[in-house]
Each structure stands twice: as C-alpha cells, then as structure tokens.
Ligand binder design. Structure first.
Ligand code: SAH
Ligand code: SF4
Length: 383
C-alpha cells in the first residue's frame, strides 16, 4: 500500500476495491465501506473524509487519523485554446511527469475527452525518435500516481459544482504518456482496473487503451489479467529497421510481437475489441516509402488491425524530420486500398508543447542517458 510521503497514514488513492475492503475490515469496519469511499473519491472528487456524508462522524474521524487521500502534486498546468489541457506533476522524490487531455475536435466525436496518462518517469527503452526515451529511466510510478493523473484531470472540470452533482468528464484514457506501461505492470493494471470499476471511474473497456512498444511476455499476462484495448507501437515493417527505431525489437522481434498480438485478440477470454491498433510514426525518408507501406500490408495481413499514422513530433536535436502531408497521404492510400482502416493522428496542443511524443517538454533531464545524448549531439555539431 502507498503511504503519504510525509506521514505514516495510508494513502487510499490507488487501492483496489479488494485492498480497500481489507483496509476497512482490518479497522473493524464493514467491507462495503470500500465502495462508499470509492464513490466519494473517484466519482465525486471528494478527498476530505469529513465531507463523506454517509459515513458516521466517528468513522470520519477514525479515517482522518489513519488514512489520507493524496493526489499527485500539480507543479504546473496549462490549458490551451483548442481545449487541450496539460499538467506537470511533481511526484514523490521530486521527479516530474506529464499528463495531457485532448478534447474531440469535430461533431462526430462530440464530448470525447481523451487523457494521455504516464506510467513511468522517463523510459528505459530508448526508441530513437522519442524524447522520453532520450531522457532515460528514472523510476516507476505508483498506482496512486497513475490513477491520480485521471483524478486531477476530472477535478479540473468540477470546480464550483456541489460534490454529489459532479460527474467525470474524461471519456477515454490512453496509456501513451511517458514510460512503457508493460514494464510497470502491477501498478498499471491496478490503475486500469480502477478506471474500469463501476465504483470508481466506470469507463468502458473499449475506451481504455494500453500502448506498448512490444514487451511480448507481458502482453500474454495482460490478456489474462484485464480486458482493455491494445495499441502496438510498430513504426517499422521489418526487423532491420525496427531494431534501429525500437531497440526492444532485438529482444522480441516482429514474428513474436505479431504472434502475441494475435493471442491478445484470439485468446479464450472473449474480448470486446476484435482488433489491435497499430501505431506508426511517420519519419521523413526513414520508414515512409511506398515499399514500406507494401511491406506493412504483408506483415499485418493476418492480424485484425487498425492503423494509426502519427506525424513525427520533432524535439530539440531530434535526428528525424516529419514526413510531408503528401507522403503520409500516399502511404495511407496504400493501406486503405489493401483494406485496412487507416487514420492519421491530428497533432493537437502544439501551442502548449503537449503533442504526442513531446510530453517531456521542459521537464528537467536529470539522467545519465540525457547527458550522453546531449554530449553526442554537441560532438556531431562540432564535427
Ligand atoms: N511506451 C509506450 C507508450 C508511450 S509512447 C509505447 O511506446 O507505445 C506513446 C506513443 O507515442 C508511441 O506510439 C510512441 O511511439 C509515440 N511517439 C514517441 N515519440 C514520438 C514522437 N517524437 N513523435 C510522434 N510519436 C511519438
Ligand atoms: Fe519508451 Fe514508448 Fe518512448 Fe519507446 S516510444 S522510448 S517505449 S516511451
């Protein structure tokens, strides 16, 4: 269980229903208190026990003595004109992580608000086009730090609304912020369970998506443990190129990744989603030719998938450029003609540096890898 940094109190934010029930039983209370408190925390955004009006005064007081509900500390927030919202959190130990909320942009998706949630501080996997990867890995986030990002985002729409009239505003969550979620497995699964739990956020399982660069063994675990939508960061249609762009491919090559993706769809648990989403970042002159598109068609021919092309988001000293709109169009035409549903991700929130892959923004680079990366750039510039 998480405890608050400064006190021995148990932080109830991020505890599963079972953990919270056990907590109440161990206090000599009835287990059903867990679902009452979960509703207060996650549906009404209330973290002061004295405002939980269906608990007795005595229980409120007892809870206040031994427990707390502490969301991650907002260090900085910025709300963009297009409706995008970004938060930088300072989590225990002083590390910074980012969360971005992206609203729907057209009437078809009216009301949709997608929150891009981080799972780690930095990332160990070092994909060559990713600014989080360049930062290196600092630490895993706890379940309360992960679910806390969603709690804070919802809270930003609740100001001035009486507690019991409040409702959640975030409709979709994508685990596509900083970090590789499958390398922080238990806290990520625990957090996603709270996202789906009707006593907590109650999101539909089709609207919670985990994105992975391909940690194959954990994909099999995920299939057993929870039913959420799966996105795979593919980015290259052959092993040679993928080894370069997504180095974890050297450990788990494409044949194994595609096999695990098929197992995720076809395993014995009936799945809501009968396809995976394939993410493919469009890097000018690197992975965006017609030949690459035909290779991709061949690779994915037996995998029910929707393809999402992501125009590359540049960051300082990035060794790549974004493919032109014409190139992206030609690439997606080949995929469409082969029968794939292929969409191009809109780049949103540029004005607050919140577009996908830019999550690091001005977050301090404090790791050795970041230093090495900056040194190598200086060397290249001086050569
Ligand atoms: N680690 C996970 C989830 C976080 S990254 C993963 O790799 O899937 C979320 C998505 O953003 C991934 O598809 C990633 O490849 C993509 N991404 C990273 N850097 C990017 C950049 N500079 N431009 C565009 N997309 C990027
Ligand atoms: Fe990590 Fe994903 Fe970035 Fe790769 S793309 S370095 S896995 S966050």
């Amino acid at each position: 269980m998480d405890t608050n940094d400064d006190s021995p109190k148990t932080n109830l934010l991020g505890l599963s229903k079972d953990e919270l029930s056990a907590f109440f039983v161990q206090m000599g209370e009835k287990a059903f208190r867990a679902t009452q408190v979960m509703k207060w925390i996650y549906q009404f955004g209330v973290i002061d026990f004295y405002q939980m009006t269906n608990l007795s005064k005595k229980l409120q007081q007892k809870l206040d003595e031994v427990a707390c509900i502490v969301p991650p500390k907002v260090k900085f927030k910025e709300f963009s004109e297009d409706g995008t919202r970004k938060w930088v959190f300072e989590v225990a130990g002083g590390s910074l992580v980012e969360t971005v909320l992206i609203p729907a942009e057209d009437n078809k998706q009216f009301g949709r608000k997608t929150l891009c949630v981080s799972s780690q501080v930095g990332c160990a996997l070092d994909c060559s086009f990713c600014s989080t990867g360049k930062q290196g890995f600092e630490r895993d986030l706890t379940a309360s730090e992960i679910i806390g990002q969603l709690w804070v985002a919802n809270q930003s729409y609740m100001q001035g609304v009486p507690p019991t009239e409040r409702q959640n505003h975030v409709t979709n969550v994508v685990m596509m912020g900083m970090g590789e979620p499958l390398l922080n497995y238990e806290p990520v699964v625990a957090s996603m369970s709270l996202m789906l739990d009707d006593h907590a956020f109650g999101l539909s399982k089709r609207r919670v998506t985990l994105s992975t660069s391909g940690v194959v063994p954990k994909m099999y675990d995920l299939a057993k443990d929870i039913d959420v939508a799966l996105a795979i960061s593919l980015h290259a249609p052959n092993d040679e190129l993928r080894n370069e762009l997504v180095p974890i491919n050297k450990k788990y090559p494409l044949s194994e990744l595609i096999k695990a993706a098929k197992a995720y769809i076809y395993d014995e648990n009936p799945r809501h989603k009968k396809h995976v989403t394939i993410e493919y970042v469009m890097l000018n002159g690197v992975n965006d030719s017609d030949t690459h598109a035909y290779e991709l068609v061949a690779l994915l021919k037996d995998l029910p998938s929707k393809i999402n092309l992501i125009p590359f988001n540049p960051f300082p000293h990035a060794p790549y450029g974004r493919s032109s709109n014409n190139r992206i169009h030609a690439f997606s035409n080949i995929l469409n003609q082969a029968g794939f549903v292929c969409t191009v991700r809109q780049t949103r929130g540029d004005d607050i540096d919140a577009a996908c892959g830019q999550l690091v923004g001005q977050v301090a680079d404090r790791t050795r890898r970041a230093k090495k990366w900056q040194e190598s750039i200086l060397k290249r510039q001086n050569a």
